[in-house]
Design a protein around this ligand. Structure first.
Ligand SMILES: NC(=O)C1=CN([C@@H]2O[C@H](COP(=O)(O)OP(=O)(O)OC[C@H]3O[C@@H](n4cnc5c(N)ncnc54)[C@H](OP(=O)(O)O)[C@@H]3O)[C@@H](O)[C@H]2O)C=CC1
Ligand SMILES: CC(=O)N[C@@H](CCC(=O)OP(=O)(O)O)C(=O)O
Length: 346
């Protein structure tokens, strides 16, 4: 059995990790880490875990945890993992970091967009960007995995074949994305109160959201040139789900079948990426609770643009599910082990 520790197990991403790992046939959770609930029963915080977990919350002592765990998941705010990790820890265990600390290769870009000083930039070069469908072979060899964010996973996987195959003008990309409120975490914040969110929708982080450089960097690797794009996130009154509607100018006239062939080239054998039939566009409820990403697209002959739409569950493929997928790769397990949940509906 793989011994797994979760630092930040009391947050939404950490709780989703606990849910998935409890159902994983080859993993056991040895550490439910917390900052505010040390010493409390985990199931007293998450009552859905009543009689499923009898452990108490422990602190975020990563050095001690590294001696016990084969893998540590850090589902904590930006900056925390970078402030805890060291050579000793990395020699004893593997880390899958759900924050953005090791996602961006240029530390100056990270510090500018996150407004933080990076506490361990020496580990950035070796960290592998854990978008399994694209970086699978590198993940298998890693000891530090930078688990991608929810908007970014959805946006990159939706656009990747179009960019990689040179089908679109990469200077024309626009991503209009929506997220459920769990994407903002469990911490109490006035903008996330029921009355602030319910029956309303809003854009935020306009032309300034910190996921922009992450998407640009990864799509830049795909096409071999710098990518500059517009990314506008929106908050919508639902618990879970990301829907990313992406737009780009097509370079030449192509048919739906030709574009589908490009998607098939990368995703035909991918368990978690489902490219939908012509005329069908993803809905967040079709992926809820699962590690699937659904993608649909349409060529607009009138404007010469392609509109590609992706949907995923921000807490699963956008966070904890992808983290477990990375764990499976790190330990040579079947990639979808513990992740074959059928999406919830309705
Ligand atoms: N929510 C989502 O959809 C996604 C989140 N992520 C990323 O995952 C990470 C966690 O996000 P999320 O679960 O939403 O956040 P939450 O606010 O829900 O949870 C944060 C967790 O971190 C713990 N924590 C906070 N500060 C510290 C600290 N100083 N030391 C130790 N533990 C601390 C909290 O502990 P306690 O509760 O005990 O105080 C809690 O367990 C973030 O980096 C986020 O960007 C990535 C993709 C999607
Ligand atoms: C709705 C909402 O607030 N969403 C979060 C994204 C959460 C996330 O994905 O965090 P990472 O930065 O770790 O990727 C936000 O916009 O900041």
């Amino acid at each position: 059995m793989i011994k797994a520790g979760i630092i930040g197990s009391t947050g939404y991403a950490g709780a989703e990790l606990a849910r998935l790992l409890l159902g994983h046939p080859e993993a056991e959770i040895v550490w439910y880490g917390s900052r505010s609930y040390v010493g409390q029963e985990y199931s007293s915080i998450y009552r859905n875990m009543f009689r499923m977990v009898d452990a108490q919350c422990l602190d975020d002592n990563m050095e001690e945890l590294a001696k016990e765990a084969d893998v540590i998941f850090t589902a904590t705010p930006q900056g925390l993992c970078a402030s805890l990790v060291n050579d000793g820890i990395l020699s004893e265990t593997k880390i899958v970091d759900l924050s953005a600390d090791f996602r961006i290769k240029d530390v100056a870009v990270y510090e500018k967009w996150y407004g933080l000083e990076h506490k361990s930039p020496q580990y950035i070069p070796e960290a592998v960007y854990g978008l399994c469908e694209i970086n699978r072979e590198d993940v298998k060899k890693a000891r530090l995995v930078a688990n991608p964010g929810c908007y970014t996973t959805c946006s990159i996987l939706t656009l990747y074949p179009l960019v990689k195959e040179g089908l679109v003008d990469v200077s024309s990309i626009i991503i209009d994305a929506k997220s459920g409120t769990s994407g903002a975490g469990r911490g109490a914040k006035v903008p996330n109160l029921f009355c602030e969110v319910n029956e309303s929708m809003k854009a935020y982080g306009v032309a300034s959201h910190r996921h922009t450089p992450e998407i640009e960097e990864q799509l830049g690797y795909a096409c071999g040139q710098p990518v500059l794009l517009n990314f506008t996130p929106h908050l919508v009154p639902m618990n879970r789900g990301i829907l990313a509607t992406t737009y780009a100018n097509l370079k030449t006239h192509v048919t739906w079948e030709e574009v589908k062939a490009a998607y098939d080239k990368y995703y035909e054998n991918e368990f978690f990426v489902r490219v939908l039939p012509e005329g069908v566009y993803p809905e967040t409820r079709w992926v809820e609770g699962s590690n699937f990403v659904d993608i649909g697209f349409k060529i607009d002959e009138r404007t010469g643009r392609i509109i590609a739409i992706g949907a995923l569950d921000n807490l699963v493929k956008g966070a904890a599910g992808q983290a477990v997928q990375n764990m499976n790769l790190l330990f040579g397990l079947k990639e979808n082990m513990g992740l074959t949940q059928v999406p919830m509906f309705p």
